[in-house]
Design a protein around this ligand. Structure first.
Ligand SMILES: [Zn+2]
Length: 118
């Protein structure tokens, strides 16, 4: 297994864990190179994650993965979304602000919020 495959596997395992945890099962999970975002989701049940996410700390991975999966249930960042994030990822706010620093560190220009649903 090459390094890219290993990274994919790491993220897929994490996504599977969160799918069970949240009871939200995406139709398709994609892992690929993304230059501007850590993750995205579509209303048709597809979630996509940046392969570089595999190199970030586990807590940050959880933040991004839970964020995208929750969007399959709540397609905005309203009160319900934030409440669910707080239940499942209690320190999500830390990561939400830290995200900029982390992105900068790996020289990405993440202009949109980590999981903006397009
Ligand atoms: Zn979002």
């Amino acid at each position: 297994m090459n390094i890219r495959e290993e990274k994919r596997q790491v993220l897929r395992n994490r996504v599977n864990f969160w799918a069970l945890q949240l009871g939200i099962h995406p139709r398709i999970v994609r892992v690929r190179s993304m230059t501007r975002k850590w993750g995205s989701c579509s209303t048709s049940g597809i979630v996509t994650f940046a392969i570089d996410l595999a190199e970030q700390e586990p807590g940050f991975q959880d933040f991004v993965i839970a964020h995208e999966l929750l969007h399959l249930r709540v397609p905005n960042h309203g009160k319900l979304f934030k409440a669910l994030m707080t239940v499942h990822v209690p320190d999500w706010k830390t990561y939400s602000t830290e995200q900029r620093r982390v992105s900068k560190a790996i020289n990405h220009r993440f202009t949109a919020p980590a999981g903006s649903c397009r």
